[in-house]
Ligand binder design. Structure first.
Ligand code: SAH
Length: 254
């Protein structure tokens, strides 16, 4: 009977090492084996004797099963996501693998560490766009049909929620942002502020301020997080500094 190991799902934040929480850094330092998308693993400092299993971003279920099998074999395992592991990332794949996998996996010691997700990093660059009620949608139609995304864009607009949009250019679709903006223009004021935050925390970070009416897919790629304002979202111009975007904390009755 092998000694039971442990699997911890961690997120390494959107960019710099100082956005990795101390708890995640400790998990990474202790792990015998790391499983994750190659570019995330290559950003991490290594430890002698630690094994790294780099895989492609499309192989999430396979990676989750291999990691669970390693934990079952008695290893200390860390599954590594970018940002927060629970936001469109590996934590859900690990849960799905446990639900559909061998009974023994349900008895494993499994933990999840929070991380800095891209929308929080992007919001911090511009002020407080998420300072009042907001919704989060992935524009990737790899795992869900486009009409469902469109419906969610419309309903969250009807509810006048600020939107944080992940995965604006999924590989399967090519360019989801173009289609999303077309929907949003039909159901939100064209004057609401939009923030396009690309590669936040990386050397090539780029923050672009627009109004919804001027938005299309230009300049948006897989490393862009889009924040679309609600009617209570304001842009404050500042002399010699980039604008602030925030959402008023007070809301009126509908
Ligand atoms: N788990 C991750 C999200 C994975 S989905 C998290 O919590 O951040 C991948 C999407 O996240 C990208 O398409 C992009 O929309 C967003 N993203 C990830 N890193 C980013 C960064 N440094 N800057 C801007 N957006 C980022």
């Amino acid at each position: 009977m092998p000694v039971s190991g442990k699997l911890t799902v961690v997120g390494v934040g959107p960019g710099p090492e100082d956005w990795i929480t101390p708890a995640t850094a400790a998990t990474l330092a202790e792990a015998d084996e790391l499983f994750g998308y190659g570019p995330y693993l290559s950003r991490l400092p290594g430890r002698l004797g630690q094994i790294r299993h780099a895989s492609d971003n499309r192989e999430e279920m396979l990676r989750a099963r291999q990691a669970l099998a390693a934990a079952q074999a008695g290893r200390l395992v860390a599954v590594v996501s970018g940002g927060d592991p629970g936001v469109f990332a590996m934590a859900a794949a690990v849960c799905e693998a446990i639900e559909t996998g061998p009974e023994a996996w349900r008895a494993l010691d499994v933990a999840f560490e929070p991380g800095v997700t891209a929308m929080l990093a992007a919001a911090s660059r511009v002020g407080a766009p998420l300072g009042a009620d907001f919704a989060v949608i992935s524009l990737s139609d790899n795992l869900k049909p486009w009409p469902l995304i469109e419906r969610r864009l419309k309903l969250t607009s009807e509810a006048d929620l600020v939107l944080a949009l992940y995965n604006p250019a999924s590989r399967a679709r090519g360019q989801g942002a173009d289609a999303a903006f077309a929907v949003l223009k039909s159901c939100r004021p064209l004057s609401v502020p939009v923030v396009l935050a690309s590669a936040v925390g990386r050397p090539d970070e780029r923050i672009v301020f627009k109004q919804l009416g001027d938005c299309d897919g230009a300049g948006i790629d897989m490393r862009t997080l889009i924040i679309v304002g609600a009617s209570a979202t304001r842009l404050i111009e500042r002399p010699g500094r980039s604008p602030l975007v925030y959402t008023e904390r007070f809301a009126r009755s509908p």
